[in-house]
Design a protein around this ligand. Structure first.
Ligand SMILES: C[S@@+](CC[C@H](N)C(=O)[O-])C[C@H]1O[C@@H](n2cnc3c(N)ncnc32)[C@H](O)[C@@H]1O
Length: 361
């Protein structure tokens, strides 16, 4: 470790270091795209990690034997450039899908020059993109489907690795807490210099070959899981939360003899025992009666019901005994022991008693 290089970094401002590394903190990119890419309107402080925030963690990790650093969603490449410059025996890598940002990193690597860098332009969540091999993965990202896909890739790695995270919105570390069976938090603490939601750099270690991985692989092609299947997982709630950005899964919840369904989309949690869904808005304890999981059936009739339940569309129904409901919303869909619907008027109506159920005029 070259301490004079680390001291040089400490002595400089972030702006001076950008000049030193030949990068411009490109914030606005004249394009529309997914929100997670933060294409416009963010300050450079919000978008990029400053060199000083990761310096200490880098020195410590290098001391632990880590040699390659990979920033997943590397922006203009600050952290990977810093690692490559600090450690001549190291390699700095970055994956980024906004080319305007990645070009800054590439330009820096040419100008410095830093031949011990490697850049991948692409979507780290894409099934076809294998994560570059590295000893350390760095994340400064918000939660979302891309993060879930990334975590899935990280946990399947065969080699142990470090994961270093900086919290931005206060949602990343709580999300990672549910992955603690394979992503164990390390007690070493490094304070951030920037003002962030959480003042500490998060340091984790990937545990490989955990038996739950085999369990999850076994489940991948399944149409559904019974409560007793889910109970075999060390973090059933974490497993379910991994589906909270997906529309084609739903929970199957036992209520006495009855079973009703709840979309996994928008699933949130309050404590280790319970989850709260959006469609319908209910909180359930996954331990109590049992919570299973299934793929949303592909039949058009069920898909339509699920759409009504999600959108809160005003509906009208008429039962064969003449009782009717006007401008009600569909709450619960019961799937056993018989098909039935709970509406916002408080009634539960069996499917076989319905003359019609349709959008209200
Ligand atoms: C908050 S910035 C962090 C930048 C950099 N890691 C840092 O700390 O300075 C997140 C970056 O991830 C990129 N990004 C978001 N989703 C991505 C994805 N699925 N694949 C590749 N890059 C992604 C964004 O374009 C953005 O540059």
């Amino acid at each position: 470790m070259n301490t004079s290089r680390a001291d040089f970094i400490r002595s400089q401002s972030t702006a001076a270091l950008d000049t030193f590394f030949h990068v411009r903190p490109v914030t606005d990119v004249p394009r529309v795209g997914p929100e997670a890419l933060y294409l416009q309107g963010l300050t450079q402080e919000a978008l990029f990690t400053c060199y000083h925030d990761v310096l200490e963690a880098m020195e410590w990790l290098h001391g632990q034997g880590a040699r390659s650093w990979c920033d997943l969603g590397c922006g203009i490449g600050r952290t990977a450039l810093l690692w490559a410059w600090l450690f001549s025996d190291g390699e700095g890598q970055g994956v980024e899908m906004v080319p305007e940002r990645l070009e800054e990193a590439r330009g820096s690597a040419r100008a410095m020059p830093l031949p011990n860098t490697r850049w991948v332009e692409g979507d780290f969540a894409a099934p076809g993109l294998a994560l570059p091999a590295a000893d350390v993965y760095f994340l400064y990202l918000s939660t979302g489907p891309a993060l879930d896909a990334l975590l899935d890739k990280l946990k399947k790695r065969a080699r142990p690795a470090w994961v270093v995270v900086v919290e931005s919105h206060g949602d990343l570390k709580p999300r990672l807490q549910w992955e603690s069976w394979w992503l164990t938090s390390h007690p070493q603490r490094f304070a951030l210099q920037s003002r962030r939601h959480d003042p500490w750099v998060g340091l984790y270690q990937v545990r490989t070959m955990h038996p739950a991985l085999r369990l999850e692989q076994e489940w991948e092609g399944r149409m559904g899981l019974l409560p007793e299947d889910l109970a075999r997982h060390p973090s059933p709630l974490g497993y379910l939360l991994g589906k909270s950005f997906r529309r084609h899964w739903e929970l199957v919840i036992a209520e006495g003899e009855k079973l009703w369904t709840m979309e996994t989309l928008g699933l949130a949690w309050h404590d280790a025992e319970s989850v709260q869904g959006e469609s319908p808005r209910r909180q359930v304890s996954w331990r109590e009666g049992g919570v299973g999981l299934r793929r949303v059936p592909s039949e058009a009739a069920y898909q339509e019901l699920a759409h009504w339940r999600r959108s809160g569309l005003p509906l009208e129904y008429r039962r064969s005994d003449g009782q009717s409901g006007l401008r009600v919303q569909l709450r619960k869909i019961y799937i056993a022991p018989e098909i039935a619907y709970e509406f916002s008027d408080g009634r539960v109506v069996a499917g076989r008693d319905l003359e019609y159920l349709r959008p209200a005029l």
